[in-house]
Design a protein around this ligand. Structure first.
Ligand code: ADP
Length: 370
């Protein structure tokens, strides 16, 4: 999704592709296939490029550091990326900035988990510090008995410690996205409401409806502070839990340092979408305006479902909602796999419920074929 924006701006975008069939290969003219964990592959790929950036956070940091030492312009830096890769590092750093964390502890054993739960209250949320995504690597631990059943994670010995957090009693999940350049210019998009289903982002309402302006302001400021203090460059999402009436009105859940699912709405709903902004940011160019173009935008993901021939439904889906902007990822259909999203921008005076209805209708047609 960065590729069309690179074309608009006249940049040559090259992608180091994981395999010949990944979606990015269809979108760019130069997409060598290679292993992003192999230093020689990364070296060869980076040669002659103005800047190297990412659409995921899994390139080994030691390799990125080697590239930087050899003169490659890598954005964002591993020193920033580590906060999106390691949730314990993130918790400590957010605490040091005095920004809103849930109660948390690094726990190295079932006994320490139990001690944390007894102090902070049950249930507790237990997380692997690295390698989790879409809710994998997260367990809700109800009580002492359930804590004992987490022995497998401690025994596996993959991590020195796991992250234990209080189970936040949140009213909804929010996301505060920003972009920042190496020169220090930063801009925030409006804070959005993200609806998760089974730990996966399903729908985004942007800007979040009926959000306390003081909370919106504080959440934006927190994301901008994080970006500045951690030296983030490019796009960054701070995923938040809204906690009305408690503390700042939100706590920070986790960070992503790249264009993010909760920012897809900006592609059609904002003066500058996140993919264009990310490119401008990592190239240290002036950033674009982040204001919404019109009313609220609803972004609806569609996952692989009953319908395997997506295009067979385009006749019906496009006719059902002429305002829908479809973004298909060119991926094969597998149950539960994110294969595209739909943006619908509200007309003046249109209710959030109506826009959601429209976006969901189109997604259902494509996903289910009816
Ligand atoms: P991932 O890295 O897999 O996205 P998250 O840390 O975002 O994992 O957790 C996935 C989901 O689990 C969150 O979207 C939220 O719904 C729930 N969750 C995570 N941490 C907490 C917490 N401390 N309190 C309550 N719910 C939580």
């Amino acid at each position: 999704m960065m590729a069309p924006q690179a074309v608009h701006l006249g940049f040559d975008l090259h992608v180091l592709a994981e395999g010949p069939d990944v979606s990015a290969v269809k979108a760019v003219s130069s997409a060598p296939v290679g292993d992003y964990t192999d230093l020689e592959t990364l070296r060869a790929f980076a040669r002659g490029k103005d800047v190297v950036t990412f659409d995921h956070e899994h390139v080994p940091n030691e390799h990125l550091q080697t590239l930087i030492d050899e003169g490659v312009n890598v954005q964002p830096r591993p020193s920033a990326l580590v906060h999106a890769q390691d949730k314990l590092v993130m918790r400590r750093a957010i605490e040091a900035l005095g920004l809103p964390n849930p109660r948390w502890a690094a726990v190295a054993s079932v006994a320490e988990l139990v001690a944390f739960g007894d102090e902070a209250g049950w249930p507790v949320v237990l997380k692997t510090p690295r390698g989790g995504y879409d809710g994998k690597g997260v367990r809700i631990v109800e009580d002492h008995v359930a804590a004992q059943a987490c022995a497998d994670w401690f025994d596996a010995g993959r991590f020195d410690a796991l992250l234990a957090e209080e189970k936040v009693d949140f009213s909804r999940e929010l996301s505060a996205m920003v972009a920042r350049t190496p020169g220090g210019e930063a801009r925030a998009w409006p804070v959005v409401h993200t609806i998760q289903v089974d730990g996966v982002c399903d729908e985004v309402i942007a800007p979040a409806a009926e959000l306390d302006p003081a909370v919106e302001e504080a959440a934006r400021e927190a994301a901008l502070t994080i970006a500045r203090e951690f030296g983030v460059t490019g796009a960054m999402a701070a995923e938040l839990f809204e906690t009305p009436g408690h503390g700042a009105g939100f706590v920070i859940n986790e960070l992503a340092m790249r264009p993010h699912n909760t920012g897809h709405w900006s592609m059609d709903g904002c003066v500058t979408g996140q993919f264009e902004q990310h490119l401008r940011a990592v190239l240290d160019l002036p950033l674009g305006d982040t204001r919404p173009l019109g009313g609220r935008t609803v972004m609806k993901n569609y996952l692989g479902g009953a319908n395997e021939d997506l295009y067979s439904m385009y006749q019906a889906a496009l006719a059902a909602e002429p305002r829908a902007k479809i973004h298909a990822y060119g991926k094969s259909v597998r149950p539960g796999r994110k294969i595209g999203h739909i943006n619908v921008v509200a007309e003046p005076g249109e209710s959030v419920a109506s826009v959601r209805e429209r976006a969901n209708r189109v997604a259902a047609l494509i996903r289910d074929g009816q």
